[in-house]
Each structure stands twice: as structure tokens, then as C-alpha cells.
Design a protein around this ligand. Sequence first.
Ligand SMILES: [Zn+2]
Length: 196
Amino acid sequence: MSDTTVKPKTAASLQADALADKYETIAFDDSRVVKYGDTPGWDVLRKVAEPVTEITPDIKALITEMQDIMYSAHGVGLAAPQVSRSVRLLVYDAGEGFRALMNPEVIKKKGEQYEPEEGCLSIPGLRGVVRRANEIVVKAMDADGKAIQFKAREFEARILLHEIDHLNGVLFIDLADPESLHMLTPAEDRAEGIKE
Ligand SMILES: [Zn+2]
């Protein structure tokens, strides 16, 4: 008897793998992302960000800039504090296109999920297992200033929960199973898992 059973990947892990493959073709540059404990003013990552009251030209420009920074850094999500702006704005792409949300709030949570391992663009190389809700309902303002509410599951829910934590000064290292935290080499870091 041999133990050759490989645990099937969850839908969320498969989605993460597909995105990692897609990003292989984009020149990597994470130099514009604030790094925890390193970039001057990095403590912006520990602040509770301010609400966005209206979609000004400044906010529109910030969304465009964050879109560029997120894809360049091969990220699936990015929160404004990660680019030194303490405002409640996040951008993400869970594989279904780019989206920006302002003042996002989780109004319902259901179930739990543990995969894929999380990584953060602001803490390069580190990965860990974070227990997240499997299904959430999010209330937010979209890029046109319209109030929206929607349901997100699995991979998308994980990204949103990670980014919303950023808006509250919370990092995945605060929530990860401490024994699961491990460092990857820079090459592995680019090739594996999700960074947000
Ligand atoms: Zn992060």
C-alpha cells in the first residue's frame, strides 16, 4: 500500500494558479509598493484609512495608478495604504477583470476556507495559511460613485477580505497560522501563490 493520493486543489487554488500563469507575461516590478518595516513611512500600513467621500479626479487618478502597480507587481489585489495613501480604496482582479471599490464593508460572512496560501505585496516572499470566510456579502461604492452590494465566494472573497483588512491596518501575518508562515526565494515568490 502506498500513499500517493494527491489532495485535489480547491477551485480557489486553481484560480490562483491560472492568474500566476497569466502574469508570467507581464514584466515584474513591485518597487512602487510600500514594504512592511522597510519603505519610509511604512507605518501607513498600520493605520485605519479614511473613507472616500466622493470620486474626485485625484481618486480616479489613484485608481488608474493602483491598477498599473497591481499588475506590474503580479498582484491579485492592492489597497491604497500599500501605495502610501490612507484612504478606503482597494483594487483587485480575481480573474474576471479589474475592479475598484471604495469604502467596502463586509455585511455578511459564511463558512470557511484555508486555500490557497496568502502572500502580501507589502511583505515579499512570506506565505501562510489564513482562515477566511468562504462567502461574503460586500457593500461598497464603485468607481462611478454608485452604491453597490454583491456576493463574493472563495478566491474573490479571500482577496476582498485581505484588502479590507489593509484598510483597517491589519496584515495577513496577524491572522495566519504562525506555524504555517514560511519564506520563499524571490523566484518562487514570483511563480507561486497569490500576493495581494
Ligand atoms: Zn496585502
